[in-house]
Design a protein around this ligand. Structure first.
Ligand SMILES: [Zn+2]
Length: 166
């Protein structure tokens, strides 16, 4: 299993992001494949997550939920760590890896100091695609291949959801 190196200081910091709100930025060179941190939070059911958060009730939906499986969602608003501040990018330098039900953020390529860390949220919403989703889940990652929206458009057959808009 990939481990962090001997240096106990994490190679990243949380600060204001040009993408949106707060972001997480590399403070040192990070090698490809490095496991950076676990996506922590309270593990709850989808029913509980839906009860806590109503995406349609807010202008800018929260993205502090990570769907682990059909049963489990991690709510990073409760006992979450810096992982909850990692923004989405359509051309990410990190990826979220499921290791026996625990989610870890790993470097998908070598990352330079100062680069903002990001992974593809692959957000999904149940039901039909609605026109207002494009605005509500607008992506401002700035990547040349930006798909313009945080959500994956529904496909058939559907893939299992990895992350879910709160
Ligand atoms: Zn984008």
């Amino acid at each position: 299993m990939a481990r962090m190196g001997q240096n106990p200081v994490p190679p990243f910091e949380v600060r204001a992001s040009p993408i949106q709100g707060q972001g997480v930025f590399a403070t040192r060179r990070i090698r490809r494949g490095a496991r950076l941190l676990e996506y922590t939070g309270e593990r709850i059911s989808h029913a509980e997550a839906n009860q806590r958060y109503d995406d349609d009730a807010v202008d800018h939906p929260h993205t502090f939920l990570f769907t682990v499986s059909a049963q489990v969602v991690i709510d990073a608003a409760v006992d979450g760590n810096a992982a909850r501040f990692i923004n989405h990018s359509c051309a990410p330098n990190c990826q979220a890896v499921d290791d026996e039900g625990r989610i870890f953020i790993e470097a998908a390529r070598a990352i330079r100091p100062g680069e903002e860390l990001a992974y593809d949220y692959q957000l999904e919403r149940a039901g039909r695609w609605r026109k207002d989703f494009a605005q509500r889940y607008a992506c401002r990652c700035g990547a040349p291949n930006c798909r313009g929206v945080l959500l994956l458009k529904p496909k058939r057959p559907r893939r299992p959801a990895r992350a879910l808009a709160a």
